[in-house]
Design a protein around this ligand. Structure first.
Ligand code: SF4
Ligand code: F3S
Length: 104
């Protein structure tokens, strides 16, 4: 599966949603997550994200994000089409440590 990491927080560009063939993105207050049991591992969303927030869970150290994507995709509503990014998305695009600072 692919997972959304904290680089998405306060950006939510949603370009990922537009390309996903199985509509497996779910939307929270300030980030999106992927439902790992619905993701078919096609990989098309990864290069679409301007914040480079999407990674395959085969990369090391992504357990935290896999867990978060699994948990919140069961709680948050499905998002199936692109919407406006956060108004100040570009200001937060390259910021580090967004999970600790802003996750809600
Ligand atoms: Fe959707 Fe493919 Fe990305 Fe999985 S890898 S979330 S199926 S676009
Ligand atoms: Fe987030 Fe990137 Fe999608 S910022 S909403 S994962 S395009």
């Amino acid at each position: 599966t692919y997972v959304v990491t904290d680089a998405c927080i306060r950006c939510k560009y949603t370009d990922c949603v537009e390309v996903c063939p199985v509509d497996c993105f779910y939307e929270g207050e300030n980030m999106l997550v992927i439902n790992p049991s619905e993701c078919i591992d096609c990989g098309v969303c990864e290069p679409e994200c301007p914040a480079e927030a999407i990674l395959p869970d085969t990369e090391n150290g992504l357990e935290q994000w896999l867990e978060l994507n699994t948990k919140y995709s069961a709680e948050w509503p499905n998002l199936t089409s692109k919407k406006d990014a956060a108004p100040d998305a570009d200001d937060f695009k390259d910021e580090e440590g967004k999970f600790e600072k802003y996750f809600s």
